[in-house]
Design a protein around this ligand. Structure first.
Ligand SMILES: Nc1nc2c(c(=O)[nH]1)N[C@H]1C(S)=C(S)[C@@H](COP(=O)(O)O)O[C@H]1N2
Ligand SMILES: [Mo]
Length: 262
């Protein structure tokens, strides 16, 4: 074989290689695309869950969402603290977002308010703000995040939810899976998994920037739960319940993620 011939043969092999690679890559692209389309069609045609605690999602999608939630709940740990900031970085004008369940038209007197804790057998604990303020006060400065796409470094203070549990001897209730909280008028309500509620940074807050909460921020008492998005930080807590099933949750009913963790 001459030198020229050898070169020609080599060139041809490279051409062939390129075309084979093209065939493989376009071929696999087509197969994957068809698979993705079939998968999407399967999900799209699959039955819906019954709307209730969560909004209507396709059943397999909800199964997948619940699995990812479980994954994140397993990596969640008390030792994992949300980042905090110096007081000097806290916003002086704290943003007010929504007012469901605490609307101005809604007659409310913070002076006569009591926190209601529903216990087993219909027993209801009635707790005054003074009793809560007598417990150790914990402050936190952190980046509050709303799912609507804003965040702000804010300074809140109140009693740790876990201190509240201990003081009112609710340890047996804290062994349950969820805590539910509602505004006094039941207009807004949230369900929180117990590990997040018992997290050391979760507060029943009665102060913002070292001053009593204004009505717009949930006076006299609101939930501050830094491991969750804003939607779970219920303003104006009226009642607290404990359960082993998911309590109803205002935004989960509208299709937002039930866990809403950060
Ligand atoms: N009662 C009540 N609590 C609520 C809400 C609400 O509409 N009503 N909105 C939630 C949402 S979506 C956010 S982001 C925060 C905002 O709290 P802020 O108004 O103190 O900024 O409150 C949460 N708690
Ligand atoms: Mo929000």
């Amino acid at each position: 074989m001459s030198k020229v011939n050898k070169k020609a043969k080599k060139a041809l092999t490279i051409e062939q290689k390129i075309s084979r690679r093209n065939f493989i890559s376009f071929g696999s692209f087509a197969v994957l695309a068809a698979g993705a389309f079939e998968g999407w069609r399967w999900l799209y045609k699959s039955p819906d869950e019954v709307a209730g605690i969560t909004a209507r999602a396709h059943k397999p999608l909800r199964r997948a969402l619940n699995k990812t939630e479980l994954f994140f709940r397993r990596v969640f740990s008390d030792k994992h603290l949300v980042k905090t900031y110096p007081k000097s970085m806290a916003a002086k004008r704290v943003r007010v977002n929504a007012d469901i369940g605490i609307e101005a038209k809604n007659q409310f007197d913070p002076a006569t308010w009591k926190l209601q804790v529903n216990k087993k057998g219909g027993e209801v604990l009635q707790i005054t703000l003074q009793e809560l303020m007598a417990l150790p006060k914990t402050g936190i400065v952190y980046d509050f995040k709303c799912v609507e796409g804003w965040d702000q470094i804010q300074h809140w203070a109140g009693v740790k939810f876990s201190d509240f549990i201990k003081h009112f001897q609710l340890d047996e209730y804290a062994k349950m899976e969820y805590v539910g909280m509602e505004t006094p008028d039941k207009g807004y309500y949230v369900g929180i998994d117990m590990p997040s509620a018992m997290h050391p940074q979760t507060l029943l807050a009665y102060e913002v920037n070292d001053k009593p909460l204004p009505l717009s921020h949930g006076a006299p008492l609101r939930l501050i739960i830094p491991v969750k998005y804003g939607i779970k930080n219920l303003k104006r807590i009226g009642t607290i319940n404990f359960s082993n099933t998911r309590p109803h949750d205002y935004w989960a009913e509208q299709g937002y993620d039930y866990y809403s963790g950060l």
